[in-house]
Every structure is written in C-alpha cells, then in structure tokens.
Ligand binder design. Structure first.
Ligand SMILES: [Zn+2]
Ligand SMILES: [Zn+2]
Length: 157
C-alpha cells in the first residue's frame, strides 16, 4: 500500500509508514466547512507513522463539538488541509486527509460518523457501519488497532 501524499502545490509531502488504525468518513459540520465538501475522509494514525518532508504544515485551532481543541494543519502556500489533531482523541495521533494521498483509492472508509449532519442527497454504501455521532473505540475497533493505540498511549507517558 503506497500511502504517500501532499498538498496541491507539492510543498508539503508526507508518507505514512503504517496502515491506518481506522478510516473515518466524517460528516460533521466542521469537516464540511474546513473541506468545503460533503464529508472528509480521515486516516486515523499514530503521529510517529507520519513522516513529513522538509516543509512543515502550519496550523490553526478550532474548538470541536466535544469542547476540546481541534488543530487543523495546512500548507501556508496553497492552503490545502493535510491533517488534524483532535485533543479529545487518545494517544499521540493524527487524522490525515485521505483526499491528499497520491492514490486516494488506497483506503476506503471503515465507518461513517456524525451522519446526523450528513447531506440528505448523499446515500451511504450498504454494509459500512454508520453512527449518528461517534462510536466507542472499545466496542468497534479491531483488536490489532486497539493494541497499537494502547502501546502508543503507554509510550507517551
Ligand atoms: Zn501547498
Ligand atoms: Zn468531522
């Protein structure tokens, strides 16, 4: 799986050196606004597996629906949003925008979240789990991803 990508002007380049923990399609209003689109495809992955090239993205801070901070990282030349960091999310993890992959067919959403603000003309695919808001990691993630997250949280303290 080639998980390299970058921004529109190619100033920012990155490479994911592990598979995603999980891939979200998020239909929340913040993701709609920040992307200017119907939803965002986010690759949830440990920060240590995101190798960044020479140019480092800038960020600004939003307050997420949870009340916790949400830092949005973007290229300060072309304005492409490349990833987010949600302070409520466990571990030292990032949410990489799958639309910035060189090959965005490399991943597909494991789950659709915040479908309560999904645009009404958009039909979700059959057989892919969907949640009105968010799910519980403990109940939903694969054992392998839960174990990776557990290790990441351990390494941080
Ligand atoms: Zn750029
Ligand atoms: Zn969202």
């Amino acid at each position: 799986m080639n998980l390299e990508g970058g921004c529109a002007c190619r100033g920012i380049r990155y490479k994911l050196t592990a598979t995603p923990l999980i891939v979200h399609a998020c239909h929340c209003r913040d993701c709609q606004r920040v992307t200017g689109s119907a939803f965002v495809i986010n690759i949830w992955i440990e920060r240590k597996f995101v190798e960044v090239g020479r140019a480092v993205p800038k960020s600004f801070r939003l307050t997420a629906g949870s009340g916790k901070h949400h830092d949005v990282f973007f290229c300060d030349t072309c304005g492409t949003y490349v990833w987010s960091r949600y302070h409520i999310a466990p571990g030292d993890t990032l949410f990489v925008r799958a639309g910035t992959l060189d090959d965005p067919t490399a991943v597909r959403p494991d789950v659709h979240i915040f479908t309560r603000s999904k645009l009404p003309w958009l039909e979700l695919p059959q057989g892919v789990p969907a949640f009105e808001s968010i799910y519980k990691i403990e109940e939903f993630w694969s054992p392998e991803s839960k174990e990776r997250l557990r290790r990441d949280r351990g390494a941080r303290t």
